[in-house]
Design a protein around this ligand. Structure first.
Ligand code: FAD
Length: 440
């Protein structure tokens, strides 16, 4: 008998996974709590654009969407850092200045993935269905028994209702005191980008960081990452305007609707979710957590969606390796992915500090220039953490070890170099002294 497979959530992971499973000949039904966003428009309060990099593109390639995604993306080859009281400086992401992360519209990407899932034989999409649990081998839709299901894949995001309904899952939700709010820099009167579109812009202001990513309509979406209390402290349009003119003077004048955007747009939360196990026999079905439902991370490395896509590819691979045995495949999926998602969760938190504080320091810029010089000299042997995360598909869990080894080798090379130099200096000194000494 073939299993009845249900997916909760037609977001980024749910749609990709449905397409991959459909292609394997598996009948799968996807339940999405929202109306079809292709008809109803995108939901407010989600990030407008996403930085998609090597991992996400490799996954999209598996379902034939990479070319389309790249065609609609704006490449960002580096960071444009806007220091307080100084001129902006561009910091390329790669030593060769060729590599870029891609600013992609979340709603467009979701729509392409919905189209791909819908056109895959065996995949059915059901909108306006909120999955709340599983009982007696049936999905619960808004608490009421719905369709039977043997395998249920929870792709219902960071605040997964399905995860919450399961017993025996340890779940730690670690909220930052920071929230985020999005604002818009529209195109100039002449219809051009108001900032350089080839960069991810950062205004590092300690706890009051702002970033901006370009959109295809030549606007930028700015995201404020502030302690939540600081949003409420700016209670009037005058205070908002004055704050921006004081802290982000080069961009305040580019936001004609700053105060309206600030008042209208919600403050979102930033959470790291750590769960285990990801797979449970529950309510007569095998249930597995996927994407943000298993491991939501903060967005400071631009990896949450990339990482969720990797989960889907891994499930597909595990089904291959286990001859389609769901119990074994999902156990293997958890074993392989959990160490990786733990590592990227920590790196994402660490990158928050890098973006909001370190990027503007001269020492950071020197270190980055040195790293790039090493990457050029030791091509393929020395690769920075940023490049390993964003421009390769090296498993995240291998990255810290590789960085440690690279640093050890570098340290050894530096010491060997220093020793050689010291030995040469001593030999030269001896020779010089020897020449100056009277003969025997
Ligand atoms: P989601 O995209 O959240 O999809 C979940 C889906 O499930 C939604 O469609 C939702 O409506 C549906 N759903 C929810 N509950 C139910 C239910 N009970 N029943 C049925 N359906 C349900 N990642 C990057 O890679 N790059 C970035 O630049 C980046 N920037 C980000 C910026 C911000 C401000 C934030 C907050 C996140 C960012 N991320 C980024 C992370 C990325 O958005 C997530 O990791 C990604 O969306 C996870 O995909 P998912 O499919 O697991 O969850």
């Amino acid at each position: 008998m073939s299993e009845r497979v249900a997916i909760a959530g037609a977001g980024l992971a749910g749609c990709l996974l449905a397409t991959l499973l459909g292609r394997r000949g598996i009948e799968v039904t996807v339940y999405e709590r929202r109306p079809d966003p292709r008809v109803a428009g995108a939901e407010r309060g989600r990030s407008i654009n996403l930085a998609v990099s090597a991992r996400g593109l490799a996954a999209l390639e598996q379902v034939g969407l990479k070319k389309q995604a790249i065609g609609r993306a704006l490449p960002m080859h580096g960071r444009m850092v806007h220091p307080a009281g100084g001129a902006p400086n561009f910091q390329p992401y790669s030593a060769d200045r060729e590599r870029a992360i891609n600013s992609i519209s979340r709603s467009e990407l979701n729509a392409s993935l919905l189209d791909a899932a819908e056109s895959t034989p065996g995949v059915t999409l059901r909108f306006g269905r909120r999955v709340t649990g599983v009982a007696g081998g049936r999905l619960l839709i808004d608490g009421e028994p719905g369709d039977p299901a043997d395998v249920v894949l929870a792709c219902d995001g960071a605040y997964s209702a399905l995860r919450g309904s399961l017993d025996g899952i340890a779940c730690d939700q670690d909220f930052l005191e920071h929230g985020y709010k999005e604002l818009t820099v529209p195109p100039t009167a002449g219809g051009d980008f108001a900032l350089d579109p080839d960069a991810l812009h950062i205004w590092p202001r300690g706890t009051l960081m702002m970033i901006a990513l370009p959109n295809l309509d030549r606007s930028f979406t700015c995201t404020l990452f502030w302690p939540k209390d600081d949003f409420t402290a700016l209670g009037t349009p005058e205070k908002v305007r004055a704050h921006f003119e004081a802290h982000y003077p080069d961009v305040a004048g580019l936001m004609p609707d700053l105060t309206g955007d600030f008042a209208r747009n919600p403050v979102g939360s930033l959470v790291t979710v750590r769960t285990l196990p990801w797979v449970r026999d529950a309510g007569g079905a095998l249930v597995a957590l996927v994407g943000d439902a298993a491991h939501a991370i903060v967005p400071f490395f631009g990896q949450g969606a990339n990482c969720a896509f990797e989960d889907c590819i891994e499930i597909d691979r595990c089904l291959d390796e286990t001859g389609g045995r769901w119990d074994r495949a999902l156990a293997l999926y958890q074993d392989r992915r959990k160490p990786n998602t733990d590592v990227i969760a920590e790196m994402a938190l660490d990158n928050f500090v890098e973006m909001r504080d370190r990027v503007s320091s001269p020492a950071y810029r020197l270190k980055q220039a040195a790293q790039h010089a090493l990457e050029r000299r030791l091509a393929g042997r020395y690769v920075s953490r940023y490049e390993l995360v964003s421009f390769t598909t090296v498993p995240y869990a291998r990255i810290p070890g590789r960085i440690r080894r690279q640093n050890l080798i570098l340290g050894a090379a530096a010491s060997a170099g220093a020793l050689a130099t010291w030995t040469a200096v001593r030999a030269t000194r001896r020779a010089v002294r020897g020449r100056g000494r009277p003969g025997p």
